[in-house]
Design a protein around this ligand. Structure first.
Ligand code: MG
Ligand code: ZN
Length: 239
């Protein structure tokens, strides 16, 4: 058993090193990167479709659509207007890892990208352990699931910065209690930013779009200041 634990540790630490490299590459270019995680069917692809439709004119968005076997989600995202969509089939693996992401990154023109959205495989367990070099994990939960999911999968909710509650148009059709799910989630992670949306009706999405645009603006401001510093340093070296 300890052999297996050691192997897992080795795999994860190799993954973390590679993820740190990816993050550095993204930061240098001022790209914000989000890793979307959830159970199958919570609406990751639907949220991405809506996000592309709303923000594609203002932001240059790259998408990595992870899937175990098919390119169906990637095709949906291209139809939704995604110009830079790259399917990533895991061939059976139940999560994405940093190595898979680094293999597809050269397919993107990173200099022409503001935002990189990664749709992970639908699974709330192991994707929580694999850093993909993202700035934040965004966990989705839909009102057709159990409101105790944050308690059942605490690692995922602890490591996420944002929780999107999808399918609020279906509230009241099941025992799902939105107050309880938020309490459960905040018990695990008090800092979670929470959004309540319906990707079907569009309810609540405006706030999500605004938050994304704000996030980009903050990140690019920091990036701009850093480039200024770098240029000032270069100037002073020349003198
Ligand atoms: Mg999907
Ligand atoms: Zn897995």
């Amino acid at each position: 058993m300890s052999k297996q634990v050691n192997l897992e540790k080795k795999v994860l630490s190799e993954n973390d090193l590679l993820a740190a490299e990816i993050r550095k590459q993204m930061t240098e270019r001022g790209i914000v990167s989000l890793n979307l995680v959830s159970s199958p069917g919570s609406g990751k692809t639907s949220l991405l479709e809506q996000t592309l439709a709303a923000l594609s004119l203002d932001l240059r968005i790259g998408l990595i659509a992870g899937d175990v076997q098919t390119e169906n989600d990637a095709n949906r995202l291209v139809r939704a207007g995604g110009k830079m969509v790259r399917p990533l089939m895991t061939g059976g693996a139940c999560h994405l890892d940093a190595k898979m992401v680094s293999r597809v990154l050269p397919d993107f023109d990173l200099a022409g990208l503001d935002l990189l959205l990664i749709e992970n495989v639908g699974n709330l367990v192991c994707p929580s352990s694999f850093d993909l070099g993202e700035n934040m994990k965004v966990v989705l939960i839909s009102t057709t699931e159990g409101d105790d999911k944050p308690l059942k999968y605490p690692a995922m909710f602890r490591r996420s910065s944002v929780m999107v509650i999808n399918k609020i148009d279906l509230l009241g059709t099941s025992d799902f209690d939105i107050t309880r799910v938020k309490e459960n989630a905040r018990r695990i992670n008090p800092d979670l930013e929470i959004f309540e949306v319906s990707c079907r009706t569009g309810a609540g999405l405006e706030r999500w779009f605004e938050w994304l645009v704000d996030l980009m603006a903050k990140k690019q401001k920091v990036h701009g200041e850093r480039s200024d510093v770098a240029m000032a340093d270069a100037d002073s070296e020349q003198r």
